[in-house]
Write a protein that binds this ligand. Structure first.
Ligand code: SF4
Ligand code: SF3
Length: 504
């Protein structure tokens, strides 16, 4: 196996040998390469749904099940196993070509996840029907040079922006515009199900199927922002949020008397202490776990929750900083509705700076940077956040500035679209470019959705992004030079030094 698509890759260079750091075995990694090769080689004749499903399956912490991946490969090809070599040839290409093709491929995997969520709500992107085959064929084309691939890399960012916009429309038209919500981290007594991942449609279906069943529903990780949507607030049995970010699941799920449903990443190999109560659906899979198929009959999950019975008394899982509740629901609708107030606060000097501290979480020790950074931001600054990295600090009470909370959770990683909309609106109001705003981006990355979002920000010409906890292993020195020269992207250093530089 060879895999270097995520931040926790072995030795900051690549996972090789028998197992990846994420728990993906060599067998699964090779099958995922084979699936990717099959998609690349057949890009022209596959349906959008096949491409989306296939690419999404290969995203980090989504699918560890050989049977599902083999089934997907068979649905694309007919027994010909030579397709795996397509991907091997990419890994063996010249360093900068390999780097750009990796950025393109991983970016496409991220887009596929967002396209999937939009698709299940009935929103299809026409643009992607053309772009996926075009970009996939470029990855398979061994003639292309760095100069051919650079513009395509930024095009991935442009397509992802359109895809995030589509998903935003799908989510807000289906579930309403998010409003601020305070969410408890306390689990009531009695049977309960914890829903993890990004797929709001799965949550909606589960809420419908558990009405009047005396089973409570709690969000986990990237599902937290669901509490902001009016459609979900209608269900009194959607009670709160369970636990913190994905990398703590093996600890937080142990011996818990409730059922867990994974709708997307990040699934870690389940420990024996709780594996009997973990269920998967959609693209997620793990051998020996019960998978809920496209019919979305969640009765095995509901039955399990009832059998386990839940806690005898209410039970709280404290946030990383000891908090008992978290806030969410500050999508572009809410933030822009108070735009006048925000602009006044900037003009009067009450708000001196905005930070977007967002992105993925992960296990690396260096990620404490993001908690420390947020804690050290001056009291006259506002922090926008999104994605699962916020669990490092979203239980902190940072107070407010004239009624505007200092910490605004805009939602899931795809809600980077909300942050972009707000930044563009502020730039218009101040008659300047986004790069001239008192706004700094401090981003944490882990998996491939972070890759497509980063490419979107670069496509928009956003400069001076600080990226951590480490730079991607698949960014070559040559490509890094281009990113630094054109976009002044920089690795994080220390919270003190970065804050000093940003605010000077
Ligand atoms: Fe390693 Fe990440 Fe690939 Fe898993 S997804 S094998 S941790 S690089
Ligand atoms: Fe998190 Fe896995 Fe990326 Fe959607 S849930 S952000 S890491």
């Amino acid at each position: 196996m060879f895999c270097y698509q995520c931040e926790q890759t072995a030795g900051l260079t690549g996972c090789q040998g028998k197992t990846g750091v994420c728990g993906k075995s060599a067998e699964i990694a090779d099958l995922q390469d084979e699936l990717t090769g099959a998609i690349i080689s057949n890009a022209d004749r596959l349906t959008n749904k096949q491409i989306i499903g296939g690419l999404f399956t290969t995203l980090t912490n989504v699918n560890f099940d050989a049977e599902t991946i083999n089934r997907q490969i068979s649905s694309i090809i007919d027994g010909d196993k030579s397709y795996a070599s397509v991907v091997n040839r990419i890994w063996q290409a010249n360093e900068d070509v390999r780097s750009l093709k990796s950025l393109i491929l991983f970016g496409l995997r991220g887009i596929a996840a967002y396209a999937h969520h939009a698709l299940v709500l009935g929103y299809q992107s026409e643009g992607l029907t053309e772009f996926f085959p075009k970009a996939l064929k470029a990855i398979g084309n061994e003639e292309l040079t760095v100069n051919d691939l650079l513009p395509l890399t930024l095009e991935v960012g442009a397509e992802n922006l359109k895809c995030m916009e589509l998903l935003d429309r799908a989510n807000t038209e289906t579930f309403g515009c998010p409003h601020p919500a305070t969410v408890t981290q306390t689990i009531d007594a009695g049977p309960f199900i914890v829903v993890s991942g990004h797929d709001l449609n799965d949550l909606k279906l589960l809420l419908e199927q558990t009405q009047d069943q005396d089973v409570s529903i709690y969000t986990h990780g990237e599902m937290l922002p669901a509490h902001g949507y009016p459609e979900f607030r209608k269900y009194p049995h959607l009670k709160g949020n369970f636990g913190t970010a994905w990398q703590n699941q093996q600890k937080e799920f142990a011996e818990v008397p409730g059922a867990f449903l994974f709708t997307t990443n990040c699934l870690m190999p389940p420990k024996e202490t709780y594996s009997d109560r973990v269920f998967t659906t959609a693209q997620v899979g793990y051998s020996n776990l019960v998978h809920i198929d496209e019919n979305k009959d969640f009765s095995p999950v509901i039955g399990k929750a009832k059998k386990l019975g839940g806690y005898a008394q209410s039970h709280t899982i404290l946030g990383i900083n000891g908090g008992t509740k978290v806030m969410t629901g500050f999508g572009h609708g809410t933030v822009l509705s108070i735009a006048g107030k925000v602009i006044e606060a900037v003009k009067s000097g009450a708000i001196k700076h905005f930070f977007l501290v967002g992105g993925c979480d992960g296990a690396r020790a260096g990620r404490n940077y993001f908690t420390d950074f947020v804690k050290k931001t001056p009291v006259d600054t506002v922090i926008l956040t999104l994605a699962c990295g916020k669990f490092r600090f979203n239980d902190l009470d940072l107070g407010n500035i004239g009624g505007i909370p200092r910490l605004l959770d805009m939602g899931q990683c795809n809600d980077a679209y909300s942050a972009i909309k707000v930044a563009v609106a502020l730039a218009e109001a101040f008659g300047c470019g986004v790069n001239d705003l008192p706004l700094s981006l401090v981003l944490s990355w882990y998996e491939q959705k972070a890759v497509c979002i980063l490419l979107t920000l670069l496509h928009l010409g956003i400069r001076n992004i600080k990226l951590g906890p480490t730079l991607p292993a698949f960014v070559s020195q040559g490509v890094l030079k281009v990113l630094v020269n054109n976009f002044a992207i920089a690795p994080i250093t220390t919270p003190e030094q970065d804050l000093k530089e940003i605010l000077s």
